[in-house]
Design a protein around this ligand. Structure first.
Ligand SMILES: [Zn+2]
Ligand SMILES: [Zn+2]
Length: 555
């Protein structure tokens, strides 16, 4: 039978984050990465956005496995949600899987998950697919590209990468293997487009050394450095500088502690003996002998750095003369909370180092244009499909590949999430659309998939405010003996004693009085009744629909 190959992006193409790619040959399906996306501001209060896996669920008996390229959130963040629906074997490097394990543990899925470690250079076989893991350099350690041999030819998926000629762990990008595949012929290349706008080459992880050296030389008091906890290269640099300049290192923040522990256990992070300082000992140590590494570069409200900024961390007070370094990119959309945090730290008299300056305190993990061309030239695919990026980046990456037309490139396909590409013996073409979408999840919990209704509620909350009727019920008599109180925010400014408020209190009171004894023993019913009556009243009086949340107190 003549089977066709189907390439189906379920996330990450034409959008930023939540990378997920399905490949199907005949009936057999494999999936590459299951990432999440941090929600945009209009998704009020939603914590996590993941791809909609419905298309896969409908044929889950055919899904052979989930393969992870590396441990960044936009590649593994949705794994728990994926596995709770489609519990197939998961393949990744040991570090990637250790990060996944932590996530699965939080969701109580670790016992049922089937995790398989694969070292770079090794191959696995899943149905008609033979998959080789190829080591690449990226801002996280243990990242791989995939060479997937199918009955129709080889597909290369780069994952995220840059071509770092001097990685801090000295484990080089396996360009040889990539070139070998290129020489033997590659059917399709899918390559990371994140930094296609940047000309030239992305700096090596080591490019931060001159700036860090200068900072360590000049700092007379504490060094406080914030970076992504998954940036093991960066952490190694900080540890090495601290050791060299006689500073002890303390880690603050949960993610920072777990990731450094994982990386240390796997031998990916080298920490000299006696270098570590316990967080509770920071304030006792001589400030010139301390380097504190904290998580929270993006101004996340509960992060260690945010708490330091408002002097609300139990282990450390930032003091005048301390140096605070933000060794990370400011992710677009996060500017406000980040600058607010920086302002707070500046008010505390700290010297702040952040943003793009030369020499840099942060370098990107993604390949710039020349590196992308290098990979294109080594692989010389018959078909090319840019991945990981918004449409403009995919389009630009497509034009970068034009020169390969004379070297065997037949066609470049720009696909967005939900499109599909079909390849058979006669060639490649765009195929049918598949159902895709985004799933919004509250508080990172599996059960709390936010319905559209909730998001609508939240929009009301932001536009019309909320009203909180507070009802005190005597637990012996089941009756409310005082008139209910009403608290509101963001709703029409009705001051205490105003007519509307008084009337609203009467409405709630009447609802209580007219309810049966049985209704009154069921809080759920009472809350619903109060909400309905009050909504009708307020809507009629003000034409607005605030979020109404009755609170019933037993007294
Ligand atoms: Zn990524
Ligand atoms: Zn990445």
């Amino acid at each position: 039978m003549d089977n066709k190959l189907q390439i189906v992006p379920l996330g990450g193409l034409g959008e930023f984050g939540m990378n997920c790619m399905a490949l199907r040959y005949g009936d057999d399906i494999i999936v590459i990465d299951a990432g999440m996306m941090f929600p945009e501001a209009e998704l009020l209060g939603v914590d996590v956005v993941t791809p909609d896996f419905t298309w896969l669920e409908q044929q889950k008996e055919h899904v052979r496995g989930l393969i992870l390229t590396h441990g960044h959130e936009d590649h593994i963040g949705a794994v728990p949600f994926f596995l709770s629906d489609i519990n197939v074997p998961v393949y990744g490097t040991p570090f990637t899987l250790a990060l996944v394990e932590r996530r699965l543990e939080e969701h109580d899925l670790l016992k049922t998950a089937k995790l398989h470690e694969v070292q770079p250079g090794r191959k696995i076989e899943l149905g008609p697919f033979m998959i080789e893991f190829i080591h690449v350099t990226h801002s996280i350690v243990s990242a791989v590209a995939l060479a997937i041999t199918t009955p129709l030819g080889v597909i290369i998926h780069t994952g995220d990468f840059k071509v770092d000629p001097t990685p801090t762990d000295n484990i080089l990008f396996d360009l040889h293997t990539l070139a070998d595949y290129g020489r033997r012929g590659v059917l399709l290349l899918m390559s990371d487009s994140t930094n296609v706008d940047r000309p030239g080459y992305t700096e090596s992880e080591r490019a931060i050394r001159p700036r860090f050296e200068d900072l360590f030389n000049r700092a007379e008091r504490r060094m406080i450095i914030s970076c992504f906890s998954s940036s093991v290269h960066r952490l190694q640099e900080i540890i090495d500088f601290s050791a060299e300049y006689g500073r002890k290192v303390a880690f603050l923040g949960r993610s920072m502690n777990t990731t450094t522990e994982i990386a240390h256990d796997l031998g990916l992070l080298h920490i000299p003996d006696n270098l570590l300082l316990r967080p509770q000992d920071i304030m006792q140590a001589q400030p010139s002998k301390v380097c504190v590494v904290v998580s929270g570069t993006q101004g996340e409200p509960m992060s260690a750095l945010s708490r330091l900024a408002v002097d609300n961390h139990k282990n450390l007070s930032v003091e005048a003369g301390d140096t605070v370094v933000l060794s990370a990119r400011i992710i677009p959309g996060n500017e406000k909370p980040i600058y607010r945090m920086i302002n707070h730290l500046a008010k505390r008299g700290a010297e702040l180092v952040y943003g793009t300056m030369n020499p840099p305190v942060h370098v990107s993990g993604h390949a710039s244009a020349e590196e992308l061309k290098l990979v294109l030239n080594l692989v010389r695919p018959r078909y090319f499909m840019p991945i990981h990026g918004e449409y403009r980046q995919l389009a630009k990456h497509a034009t970068l590949a034009q020169h390969l037309r004379r070297s065997g490139l037949e066609e470049t396909f720009i696909l967005e999430t939900g499109d599909s590409l079909e390849i058979d013996r006669t060639g490649a073409r765009k195929g049918d659309k598949v159902p895709v979408g985004r799933v919004c999840i509250d508080s990172g919990s599996l059960d709390e998939v936010v319905e559209d209704l909730v998001i609508r509620d939240r929009r009301h909350l932001s536009e019309d405010g909320f009203v909180l009727p507070i009802i005190a019920i005597n637990k012996h008599t089941g009756r409310s003996e005082t008139l209910p109180e009403i608290v509101s925010r963001g709703f029409v400014s009705f001051e205490d004693g105003s007519g509307l408020l008084q009337e609203a209190r009467q409405i709630v009171h009447r609802t209580l009085e007219t309810s049966t004894n049985e209704e009154r023993t069921d809080w759920g019913v009472m809350q619903e009744k109060i909400r309905a009556d009050l909504r009708r009243f307020l809507n009629k009086q003000t034409s607005r629909r605030p979020l109404i949340m009755p609170v019933i107190l037993e007294v």
